[in-house]
Design a binder for this molecule. Sequence first.
Ligand SMILES: [Zn+2]
Length: 218
Amino acid sequence: MSRAKIPQLTETTVLTQCRRRCCLCYGLDADSRIKHGQIAHLDQNPNNNKIDNLIFLCFDHHNQYDSITSQSKGLTPSEVKYYKKELFDHINAIWNITAQRPVTIDLITGLYSRNSETASAELEIILFNGNQVKVKGFALYGKTSPRGPNIGDLDFISTINNNNMIMFEDNIHTNKYSITIELFEDKIKVEEKYEPNYFAYFGAGVSFGGVLLKQNKD
Ligand SMILES: [Zn+2]
């Protein structure tokens, strides 16, 4: 079976949540030291890269978890999930993270933009309820035009899918606009589609497409 690569953002979240502690070392041996290890799939399906299905395990426990023998009762997914939760509680207590703050570290919320002399685009993405996002966008084209630039805006709510993508579409009569936003740690990649392809959803020339870089908050 071919193995889908774990998206970079998902991988970073898995590694930072546990701070490279193995939840089986902690759950079985009360050992919360940093370990060399790998990301394992709880359901043993290498293509299920949902964050709830991924755990960082030390090499020994990864091998132990993956080798299920009929003679002995192997580690069960719900047992491992239990230790994962215990480990996160332990880490949150040590790092003094308050109970109100979700365990999931939000690497997504932020302002993303690109800017040139003639055109600009920015998208603000706010993560809420785990995997839902509120997206607001503003783009300009023809910034140096004496008649003033053409404008486009976006405002929608969507969810992040398993491939770290946000999708949204809007129909005006029989015309369809759709946007796909792929999330990375420090940027987003945006693709737009128009059906029919001459359909103008924004002002002429306006686009959110391309690579938009995450802006640092000050
Ligand atoms: Zn371990």
